[in-house]
Design a protein around this ligand. Structure first.
Ligand code: FDA
Length: 283
């Protein structure tokens, strides 16, 4: 690996499938499940989409063979959304059908706001055919997301709730952290009360504590939600929640197209830059 990829290692499990699987094995030993992500986004030709789809099919088979606790996460722009919605739906049907054969599950990540509507639409198409095989993500920084959460709760669709990682304008997205947290809490409440399975994707201690407290107070079954964190972040906290009997899942990206993912992580929090620099000395 070159110097930059060496730095990215703080957040990326490696470049190969084997490295991804190995990272999941280690997490599983600590009681933490995983979702594996083959890095890639905004693929613009069918040849590249086919390659990305094949890598997910191979990944689903490898997870089955390795008997590890992991589902998969992917981005629709990696599966041809920029080429066409029908085309992307066809590719996704193949991947979700493969997942179902292995009793596994595909989480569709949410990307920038240019894709929100199409992603939700395509998800609903897939969900109507594979209700146990596919889930979606909603971002609490978007003004629209509380309404989307209500719709998803009515469908009892599995939803990962996150704050959102893309730069969005004030006309459509909250910029203030208190607003983003308020929206986050309201979405989680609506979804859990509606019966959806919820992925609580955050490293934010205030939200983590609120979820523990609120779900306890409301007697929400622990089987109805799981904490989700990104590979390399808050590892101790993840293991601690797992040891307290909560379901915890780590998002484990691997592959050669790690740059946009890595840049989003660095932009998110200045401490992440510190982690990376520290790993140069200590890891
Ligand atoms: P944020 O970075 O806002 O931090 C808030 C506070 O939390 C900090 O001030 C600190 O107190 C605490 N904290 C955070 N990190 C810490 C650390 N490492 N150690 C100690 N304290 C820490 N985005 C998207 O747009 N689409 C998607 O599909 C996904 N998918 C996704 C999956 C998973 C599993 C996760 C965890 C996240 C995503 N995201 C995402 C990214 C998400 O939208 C968001 O950008 C990041 O999670 C950062 O927001 P947080 O809520 O984690 O904390």
């Amino acid at each position: 690996m070159g110097t930059l990829s060496f730095l990215a290692r703080r957040f990326v499990a490696g470049e190969t499938l084997e490295e991804g699987i190995d990272a999941v094995r280690t997490l599983n030993v600590g009681g933490v499940m995983a979702t594996l992500d083959v890095l890639g986004e905004n693929v613009s030709n069918e040849r590249e989409v086919e390659a990305a789809a094949a890598s997910y099919i191979e990944l689903l088979r490898a997870i089955g063979r390795a008997k590890i606790q992991s589902n998969v996460s992917l981005k629709l722009t990696q599966m041809g959304l920029d080429i066409g919605e029908d085309y992307c739906l066809g590719v996704m049907r193949r991947i979700v059908a493969e997942a179902m054969q292995h009793n596994n599950f595909v989480r569709i990540d949410m990307e920038g706001s240019a894709y929100t509507e199409r992603t939700l639409h395509l998800f609903q198409e897939l969900y109507s055919k594979f209700p146990n095989g596919v889930g979606i993500v909603l971002q609490s920084y978007l003004h629209r997301s509380e309404e989307d959460a209500r719709k998803m709760a009515l469908l009892r669709a599995p939803v990962r709730v996150c704050k959102g990682a893309y730069k969005e304008p004030t006309s459509i997205a909250y910029q203030d952290m208190d607003d983003i947290r308020r929206s986050y809490r309201s979405m989680v409440e609506v979804l859990l009360k509606g019966g959806s399975h919820v992925g609580i994707a955050t490293h934010d201690e205030r939200l983590l504590r609120w979820v523990v407290e609120w779900t306890g107070k409301e007697n929400v079954p622990r089987s109805q939600f799981e904490f989700q964190m990104l590979y390399g972040l808050r590892r101790k906290r993840a293991r601690e929640l797992a040891s307290q009997g909560y379901a915890v899942r780590s998002y484990v990206p691997f592959g050669t197209h790690w740059l946009p993912y890595f840049v989003r992580r660095l932009r998110e929090r200045k401490e992440n830059i510190f982690f990376v620099l520290k790993s140069l000395v200590t890891d």
